[in-house]
Design a protein around this ligand. Structure first.
Ligand SMILES: N[C@@H](CCC(=O)N[C@@H](CS)C(=O)NCC(=O)O)C(=O)O
Length: 71
């Protein structure tokens, strides 16, 4: 895990833009794989590294967000 200092605008620097060309957090690098978009990252971690229980929990939160937030 690499912390990104948003206040120092590290997410707009070339080294970070090579991970996420939109200059947004989060981004993930896993070996040669580079991923952006929090939902894609969460699903990748769930399917690659998580056991069945954690995978189900991650999917629950990913479904909750778009269907339950009323602002
Ligand atoms: N749809 C993107 C949204 C990413 C996003 O908007 N990130 C915000 C923080 S929550 C960000 O990087 N803000 C800093 C900026 O736009 O300069 C995702 O889910 O990953």
């Amino acid at each position: 895990m690499v912390p990104v200092d948003l206040g120092a605008r590290e997410h707009k620097k070339e080294s970070y833009l090579s991970l996420n060309s939109f200059g947004h957090v989060p981004a993930l690098q896993d070996g040669g794989l580079k991923l952006f978009e929090s939902r894609a990252i969460s699903k990748y971690i769930a399917s690659t590294y998580s056991d069945k229980g954690i995978k189900a929990l991650i999917l629950s939160w990913l479904r909750w967000k778009p269907t339950s937030l009323i602002l």
